[in-house]
Design a binder for this molecule. Structure first.
Ligand code: ADP
Ligand code: MG
Ligand code: MG
Ligand code: MG
Ligand code: MG
Ligand code: MG
Length: 670
């Protein structure tokens, strides 16, 4: 996300009159982008990652670990007083949904294969953030740490933020959550407005249900759901919405407060960006399972290993009508139309998925593509489809037009008063309003109207890979990022030779499979029998098979060939172990391989096992304060590659755990 514009955000019921205006002008802006940039070519493979951090406050006296929501000015400092320090270390900090969150990227993107520099850069981000954090005024009792946790285990439980008596004001008007105080939300007005507008449009609080891990003493229901009388409608919803066997959550922050690892790649031109997007579609579900790091939500062990569905539900602004369900409280949400303007009731469409969800459509444009691969129910905005296909600016082909026409079934979520009127030849503000609130496993990022073929000072066509869960260490995050880089480089090098297509419906099913507990070891995913043949035939394979099969496995089919092409090895990635120049890449790939084969655990399994073995655990699926405290202490040790309790070895296996502490990268301190 770029810099946040200041201004006056409109509440949904005020701004909805502008929805069509935003869509119409957004489409025109997109067409001017295509007019300027569709012929752009030969852009280099610039790329970069995004890492999201949580600021955690350890109270050693009370043995409690909390989200730190009191030092968010660190982000301002990092973009003002400490800006030069950031630039000198090639790091850049961005706002995120949570007041306790920071996002960081390289300041200047990488060009091609960065080697271990990427991990070094990630270390610089922690180092620089730590310096800025240390300079802030403190009350003296806190001990603060920056952790890369996919989900904060006790988010929404008592004493899980570091403000004493956080509920005493009885005001929680953005989310109306029973559990999560609005103090977790970024102070910038965009974020509480987003929270509120999603709720208003939906006509109900958001509703997140995660299967609860079933142990001997696990209660039938999430017994933290209770009555309250602050908000007449919202406070009645929770009991109706929560179901036996599920953890119930009711606020945007439970999802957008999770941390992801994302990578963005520039393609040489638009056609290659489309092919890269289609190629990555297969990888999103399997790498989600491979990166699983979310076994606990709201103080309960989950029977699920990943965060994805939680974010999906947390920003689901669809009305009951659009979801084809009955409203929870018909007296407040008549006929389930939510916040839709009455004059539009007869235009309401059924919408099968949340605006945060897996990709819907292959973009096509490659010789291997045919439309039968796009075999799922994907509603489109017909008016937008027609204007993208037929216009005087830059008509799009059907498959690309359909992709954007699908994004445009959504309403804008936040409109700023000051931004209503834009020059469509120079602004992409309205386009980005819709684009940036369609959160899918992949995103094609168009450039701006400035990106004419000769203007190489501005970015070109990019594809973002978004499914990955953040990992605890810079080592792992570098490994997963580089892995996605190698896939991208493979595809961009050999795009003429690889047919990536399989039915989209199977990719959707893979995404569901990826959520199951231990999917990494226990489940089977659809995977192509061959990436050469001119068909989309698949079989169901385990993740181990998907990575290690001789003919259609990821290492044999994609990783080894690109490493050979780069001259790093003669045949197989394992040769890197003998390399002096690329030794660390061996360990990055070893981590991926070990996790795929089940030799070493995912973070999700590692954290779940820690809870199950904890002396305070009562076989009731509850993660108490003390378990949470010990667990986050453990996460801190892992982050620092401290193997004094043998935990690093347990997580990574002895080969990696022996290598890592001995070969720490040196952080540049200037
Ligand atoms: P968003 O939040 O919209 O995904 P960010 O700015 O947070 O965007 O992250 C974008 C990522 O893309 C960063 O890692 C950045 O280094 C990288 N990046 C920047 N410019 C380019 C480019 N021209 N091509 C590819 N990646 C780029
Ligand atoms: Mg970002
Ligand atoms: Mg982010
Ligand atoms: Mg985000
Ligand atoms: Mg991103
Ligand atoms: Mg099988």
């Amino acid at each position: 996300m770029g810099l946040l514009s200041l201004g006056t955000p409109l509440e949904f019921l005020e701004s909805r009159d502008q929805n069509e205006n935003v869509r119409q002008n957004g489409v025109e802006q997109l067409l001017y982008v295509f007019q300027a940039a569709s012929k752009r070519d030969n852009d280099p493979l610039y790329w970069g990652d995004e890492i999201e951090y949580m600021m955690v406050d350890f109270d050693d006296n009370k043995q409690n670990a909390m989200l730190d929501v009191t030092h968010d000015e660190v982000l301002t400092t990092l973009n003002t007083d400490e800006y030069a320090l950031c630039a000198a270390h090639n790091v850049h900090f961005h706002p995120e949904y949570g007041r306790f969150m920071l996002e960081a990227t390289p300041n200047v993107p990488f060009k091609g294969y960065p080697g271990e520099y990427i991990e070094f850069n990630m270390q610089q981000r922690r180092y620089v953030a730590g310096l800025a954090y240390d300079k802030l005024p403190k009350n003296g009792s806190e001990r603060l740490e920056l952790l890369t946790l996919a989900v904060f285990p006790r988010m929404g439980c008592t004493d899980s933020v570091n403000i004493p008596d956080v509920w005493k004001h009885k005001k929680n008007t953005a989310s109306c959550s029973l559990f999560l105080p609005d103090e977790v939300i970024n102070r910038h007005i965009r974020f509480p407005t987003l929270t509120k507008n999603i709720r208003t449009r939906r006509g109900e609080k958001v509703c997140i249900q995660v299967p609860m891990y079933k142990d001997r003493n696990t209660p039938e229901k999430d017994d933290t759901v209770r009555e309250r009388d602050w908000f007449p409608r919202e406070d009645k919803e929770s009991k109706l919405a929560s179901k036996p066997g599920f953890i119930y959550m009711d606020a945007m922050g439970f999802g957008m407060g999770c941390s992801c690892l994302q990578t963005t790649f520039q393609a040489p031109n638009l056609d290659k960006a489309r092919i890269l997007y289609d190629f990555f579609a297969n990888f999103a579900p399997v790498t989600l399972a491979l990166s699983a790091a979310s076994p606990i939500f709201k103080g309960w062990l989950a029977d699920q290993d990943v965060r994805w569905s939680v974010i999906s539900d947390a920003v689901d602004d669809r009305t009951p009508q659009e979801r084809s369900v009955q409203p929870l409280l018909p007296e407040y949400n008549k006929d389930g139309y939510g916040g839709i303007a009455p004059e539009l009731y007869d235009k309401v469409q059924r919408i099968p998925k949340s605006r945060y969800s897996t990709v819907d459509l292959f973009l096509g444009g490659s010789k291997f593509f045919n439309r039968s691969y796009n075999d799922t129910e994907v509603p489109v905005n017909e008016r937008v489809l027609n204007s993208l296909l037929e216009n005087h600016i830059a008509p799009l082909d059907y498959d690309l037009a359909k992709h954007f026409a699908h994004l445009y079934i959504r309403d804008p979520l936040v409109i700023f008063q000051e931004n209503i009127y834009q020059d469509n030849k120079t602004s992409t503000n309205h386009f980005e309003n819709i684009q940036s609130t369609n959160w899918q496993t992949l995103r094609i990022k168009p450039p701006t109207q400035e990106a004419v073929p000769d203007n190489k000072d501005v970015p070109g066509w990019r594809v973002e890979f978004r499914p990955l869960e953040i990992q605890l260490t810079d080592f792992e995050n570098a490994a997963y990022s580089i892995f996605t880089y190698l896939l991208a480089e493979y595809l961009l090098t050999f795009s003429e030779e690889v047919n990536p297509y399989m039915p989209m419906s199977q990719i959707w099913q893979n995404m569901e499979t990826a959520h199951k507990r231990d999917a990494l070891r226990e489940e089977e995913f659809y995977w192509k029998d061959s990436f050469e043949a001119d068909n989309g035939k698949t079989s169901e394979l385990t993740i181990n098979e998907i990575f290690h099969n001789k003919n259609n496995g990821i290492f044999a089919k994609f990783i080894n060939p690109i490493l050979c092409h780069k001259g790093f090895v003669h045949e197989r990635w394992e040769e890197l172990k003998e390399s002096s120049e690329h030794l660390r890449l061996y360990y990055y790939l070893k981590l991926i391989s070990n996790r795929a084969s089940g030799k070493t655990p995912s973070i999700a399994k590692f954290l779940r096992d820690f809870v199950l073995d904890h002396k305070d655990y009562k076989q009731d699926s509850r993660v108490s304060k003390i378990i949470n405290y010990d667990l986050l202490e453990l996460c801190g040790r892992i982050t620092r590659l401290d193997d004094s309790n043998g935990e690093l070895t347990k997580l990574f296996g002895s080969e990696i755990a022996t290598y890592l502490p001995r070969s720490k990268l040196k952080v540049k301190k200037n």
